[in-house]
Design a binder for this molecule. Structure first.
Ligand code: EPS
Length: 394
């Protein structure tokens, strides 16, 4: 089974991570991982930090001559910005007086972190709560993504809306998505197409409106959230299980997505819309076409009973607006308990395009884990062999 752990502060020396349980002999390179890191750094609405960093991974262990060894794989991404934060983030005590952060930003972990860990400096909270952690999560998850890709399981995401600007005509979007997913690389074609857009939107006109909306937010000293959508193609029937609550794949996917910083809502398929309809308008009929199972619709999002049903997996995640506002909300000075304005600090105005990349990668370890659970294998050849013999697609 796959285990992942990340460590690292936003302005510390670097981000480190370990992924354990990857079968031996999987072809993987720093370049493959770096492509996902590069994609995560893009997007209109990012702040100054992304101009400082060019996130690149170093593989410290678990890989030899481009192939995994079956041992834990450890990675590091150095923070370039650490050069500007040396004393402030030093692991050793420093002689200099370091100014403490005492004002919390509403919506951030600042206040709760201060009380939970009994800090007198909110900086200790900011550093680990930051979405910078997602750089390492993406790096580790990229390895799981590669494992899935080797089995023909492809992942792709796009931005559905930013603020109030988003797709209205679901049918035409679905046609566009179906066309892309029908191509050679399945759902990955969605990602490739959105790589062309600075807001990861599949509609150029809408993309321009999204950019304008972010520009407006920036001018107003405000921030914007949005909704991202992820699809996965090539999944067999039977990943996950209904037999116990913690083995349900929908629950595991929701956890993986919900734990991404600023994600506040997760939906599988048309989850919320389905709740407004009659059952007869919701459930995807089971038909036979050319002796194969055929589902004319996919409102369930590729999962029934917490188990993959052979349809593309379809999940959505809602991101709240980033909580650092240049036009601050009211807050308190946590040392004096005086009413003040929340603290400003360099941040993004909108990170929804980056969240689409994070969400794509966040689902990968969950699915790779489910694949390993069902098919197993100590090396990729064994896994591929079992998979090709046993995987049932309907
Ligand atoms: C991020 C790096 C951070 C922020 C952002 C995510 O860099 P800095 O704090 O130095 O500007 O840009 O983090 C947040 C939005 C947050 O609230 O913590 C990154 O690498 O993605």
């Amino acid at each position: 089974m796959l285990r992942l752990i990340t460590a690292g502060e936003s302005h510390g020396r670097g981000l480190v991570g370990i992924i354990e349980g990857v079968p031996a002999n999987l072809e993987i390179s720093a370049d493959y991982i770096n492509r996902q890191l590069y994609r995560r750094q893009q997007g209109y609405g990012r702040g100054g930090r992304m101009k400082i960093e060019t996130d690149k991974v170093e593989i410290l262990s678990g890989v030899r001559h481009g192939r995994t060894l079956g041992s834990p794989i450890s990675l590091v991404v150095w923070n370039r910005d650490f050069a500007n934060w040396g004393e402030k983030m030093s692991a050793d005590p420093v002689a200099a007086e370091i100014e403490k952060v005492v004002v919390a930003r509403p919506g951030h972990a600042d206040m709760v972190g201060k009380y939970k860990y009994a800090f007198d400096d909110v900086r200790n909270v900011i550093e680990r709560a930051s979405a910078r952690e997602t750089a390492m999560r993406v790096a580790l998850s990229a390895i799981a993504r590669k494992l899935l890709a080797d089995l023909g399981i492809r992942i792709g995401g796009h931005v559905l809306s930013i603020g109030a600007v988003g797709f209205r005509d679901r049918d035409s979007l679905d046609r566009m998505l179906a066309k892309l997913m029908g191509r050679k690389n399945g759902a990955e074609e969605i990602s490739d197409a959105t790589d062309e857009s600075e807001v990861r939107c599949l509609d150029e006109v809408l993309a321009e409106k999204m950019v304008q909306q972010i520009r407006r937010a920036k001018k107003l000293g405000d921030t914007l959230g949005g909704v991202v959508e992820v699809f996965v193609t090539g999944l067999p029937i039977g990943l996950g299980s209904y037999v116990e609550f913690d083995r349900k794949l929908d629950g595991q996917l929701a956890q993986a997505l919900m734990s991404v910083q600023a994600i506040k809502g997760v939906e599988i398929g048309e989850g919320f819309r389905n709740a407004t309809r009659f059952g007869s308008e919701v459930h995807d009929e089971i038909l036979v076409r050319k002796k194969r199972i055929f589902r004319p619709t996919n409102r369930a999002g590729g999962l029934e009973g917490g188990v993959t049903n052979g349809q593309p997996l379809w999940v959505r995640a809602a991101m709240k607006p980033i909580s650092t506002l240049m036009k601050p909300l009211r807050s308190i000075d946590l040392s004096s308990m005086k009413q003040v304005e929340a603290r400003r600090e360099r941040s993004d105005f909108c990170a929804v395009p980056a969240a689409a990349v994070v969400a794509e990668n966040a689902v990968a370890p969950v699915l790779a884990n489910a694949v390993l659970e069902k098919f197993g294998g100590d090396n990729i050849v064994e896994l591929r062999d079992r998979y090709s013999k046993e995987a049932f697609f309907g």
